[in-house]
Design a protein around this ligand. Structure first.
Ligand SMILES: [Zn+2]
Ligand SMILES: [Zn+2]
Length: 221
C-alpha cells in the first residue's frame, strides 16, 4: 500500500480528510456557521393600541411573520448562493412587561454547501405603539362613499335594512370599514371607507334583496 504524497487535511484542526467544504473539514465548517445573529436581526414592529394589530412598514403582520421575514432575509443576505435551503421556526414568544419588547426564540435549519445546520437562538422584537391608519380614520369619521338603501314607492322594511347592514359588514375585507350608519325615514345610509367596498356592498345587497343600484361620483371632504 502506498501512501499518497499530498494528503488533504483541514488547516484549522489538522484532521486528514478528503471531505473538505470551503477548504475546511465538515466539523470546522459547521463551526464557522452562525445562523442567528441577534444584532443583525433586530425586528421592529408597531402595534395599534386601538385594534391590537401589528405592522411592519405599512404592512399588517404578526410577530411570528416579522421575525421569520427578518431572520431569513439576513441569512440569505449572508450566505447567498451557498445557501441551499433555509427554514425558520418560531418556538416561543416572551413578552416583557410594558409590551415594548418581545423575546422570540427561533430555530433555524439551513442547508449550506450540502451541510445541514440547525441552531436555536433569541431574537429581539421592538414594539412601538401607536394608532394605525384604519383606526385613526375611523376615529376621525373618514369615509369615501355612502351606500344609500332606498325602496321604490315605499319605505324599506326593518328586516331589509338589518339584512343590508349584515351584508355590508360581511362584505368588508382587509383594511375596509364602515364609518357609521345613519337611519333615515326613507331608508339607511351606510358610510364606508372606500368607493370599491361601497360598490361591492351595493352589488351584494342587490343580489340578495333585488332592485338595482346607481353610482354617483361625489367628493366628500
Ligand atoms: Zn477541521
Ligand atoms: Zn388599529
Amino acid at each position: 500500500m502506498t501512501k499518497e504524497k499530498w494528503e488533504k487535511f483541514c488547516p484549522q484542526c489538522g484532521k486528514i480528510t478528503d471531505d473538505l467544504i470551503d477548504s475546511l473539514c465538515r466539523e470546522c465548517f459547521m463551526g464557522t456557521i452562525q445562523l442567528i445573529e441577534p444584532d443583525a436581526m433586530k425586528v421592529r414592529v408597531s402595534m395599534c393600541r386601538k385594534c391590537g394589530a401589528y405592522f411592519r412598514g405599512g404592512e399588517r403582520t404578526s410577530i411570528e411573520d416579522a421575525v421569520v421575514h427578518i431572520v431569513s432575509r439576513e441569512i440569505r443576505r449572508r450566505y447567498r448562493d451557498r445557501l441551499e435551503s433555509c427554514r425558520v421556526e418560531v418556538n416561543q414568544i416572551v413578552r416583557d412587561s410594558g409590551r415594548t419588547r418581545e423575546i422570540v426564540t427561533v430555530t433555524v435549519r439551513a442547508e449550506i454547501r450540502g451541510v445541514t445546520v440547525e441552531q436555536t437562538g433569541e431574537i429581539e422584537v421592538d414594539i412601538k405603539t401607536g394608532t394605525c391608519n384604519r383606526c385613526s380614520r375611523i376615529a376621525g369619521g373618514y369615509y369615501a362613499a355612502i351606500v344609500q338603501i332606498r325602496a321604490q314607492d315605499r319605505y324599506p322594511a326593518d328586516e331589509e335594512l338589518a339584512t343590508a347592514v349584515e351584508i355590508a359588514q360581511a362584505s368588508l375585507s382587509g383594511e375596509e370599514f364602515v364609518t357609521k350608519q345613519q337611519l333615515l325615514k326613507e331608508g339607511l345610509d351606510i358610510y364606508v371607507s372606500s368607493m370599491e367596498c361601497g360598490r361591492r356592498i351595493s352589488r351584494a345587497i342587490v343580489k340578495r334583496l333585488g332592485g338595482n343600484f346607481t353610482e354617483s361620483r361625489r367628493l366628500y371632504g
